[in-house]
Design a protein around this ligand. Structure first.
Ligand code: SAH
Length: 253
C-alpha cells in the first residue's frame, strides 16, 4: 500500500525542505516523490544533509512541469492546505485520510497523490480544485501553517498508522474492485463537458460563476468509475452531435 502513495511538492523553493521531505517519507516507508516545477535545485548539499540518509529518494524523484503530469495516473488526489477557501471542497482530517487508504489502494492499478504547496503561498485554488478532497492538519488558528516537510511528516505518519492497522486485518478479497477513473481521464472528461456546455449555450466562459468548479466538485465527490466516465463522455458526444444537427437544420431553413 505505501509504495502506491505519491508525495507531490509544488513549486518548492528551499532544497532543505525537499531533503527533509525525503527523510520524513523514508521514515514512514513511503518512496514515491514527485516535484512539480521546483523553484530550486533539488539536489544540493543542503537537501542531501537534511535527507540524512534518505537521499536515494531525491535521486529517484520525478520532476514534472505541471500538477496534471504528476498525478495523471492517480485515482485519488488530496491537497494539503492550511487555509480554508471560498468554495469549500470535501474536507478530510489526516486520520480520515488514513482510514480511507486501505480501501482506496485495494486495486492494483490504484495510486494516491498527496499534494503540498509552496512555502510562501501554498496551493492555488485551481490546484486544490484538481484534487478530490482537501486535508487540513488541525493547528492553532492563529498560527496555522506548518513547515512543508513537517506537514508531509504528519500525513505520512497517518498513512503508516493506517497501513499498520490494516496489516493484521482481514486479507483483501480476491475480487478486483471496479477501476476508478484516473486523474487524466477525469481531466479529459471535464474538458469535454466544458466544450459541450459552451456548444449548447449553457455555459458562458465570460461569466463562469464557478460553474465548472461546482461541476468538478460534484463529479469528484462521486468517485466515478472508468466505465461511468465513458458513459458520460458518450452522452456528451451524442449531445454535441444533436446540437450540430440542429444548427445544420436551422442553417438550411
Ligand atoms: N503560507 C502558505 C502555507 C505554506 S506551508 C499558505 O498561506 O498557504 C507549505 C505547505 O505545507 C502548504 O501548502 C500545505 O500543503 C502544507 N501545510 C502546512 N500547514 C498545513 C496544515 N495545517 N494543514 C495541511 N497542510 C498544511
Amino acid at each position: 500500500m505505501l509504495e502506491r502513495i505519491r508525495i507531490v511538492l509544488i513549486g518548492t523553493s528551499h532544497p532543505g525542505n525537499i531533503g527533509a521531505t525525503a527523510r520524513a517519507m523514508h521514515n514512514m516507508g513511503l518512496s514515491d516523490l514527485a516535484l512539480v516545477a521546483p523553484r530550486c535545485e533539488p539536489l544540493t548539499a543542503d537537501s542531501i544533509a537534511r535527507a540524512s540518509g534518505a537521499d536515494h529518494l531525491l535521486h529517484a524523484a520525478q520532476i514534472h512541469a505541471s500538477l496534471e503530469a504528476a498525478v495523471g495516473d492517480c485515482t485519488l488526489a488530496v491537497g494539503a492546505s492550511a487555509r480554508s477557501r471560498t468554495l469549500p471542497w470535501p474536507m478530510l482530517t489526516p486520520r480520515e485520510l488514513g482510514a480511507r487508504l486501505p480501501e482506496e489502494l485495494a486495486g492494483s492499478d490504484t495510486r494516491v497523490a498527496l499534494v503540498f504547496g509552496r512555502e510562501d503561498s501554498g496551493l492555488t485554488n485551481a490546484e486544490l480544485q484538481r484534487c478530490h478532497a482537501h486535508v487540513h492538519i488541525p493547528t492553532n488558528a492563529d498560527f496555522a501553517s506548518l513547515n512543508l516537510a513537517t506537514a508531509v511528516q504528519v500525513l505520512a505518519y497517518e498513512c503508516r498508522l493506517a497501513w499498520l492497522a490494516g496489516e493484521g486485518a482481514n486479507a483483501p478479497s480476491d475480487e478486483e474492485p471496479p477501476s476508478l477513473a484516473s486523474h487524466a481521464e477525469l481531466e479529459r472528461y471535464f474538458e469535454h463537458l466544458e466544450r459541450t456546455l459552451i456548444a449548447i449555450g449553457f455555459h458562458d466562459p465570460a461569466t463562469p460563476r464557478q460553474l465548472m468548479a461546482r461541476l468538478r466538485r460534484f463529479t469528484l465527490r462521486a468517485r466515478p468509475e472508468r466505465l461511468e466516465i465513458n458513459i458520460l463522455r458518450g452522452i456528451l458526444s451524442a449531445t454535441e452531435q444533436q446540437a450540430e444537427a440542429h444548427r445544420d437544420d436551422d442553417a438550411g431553413k
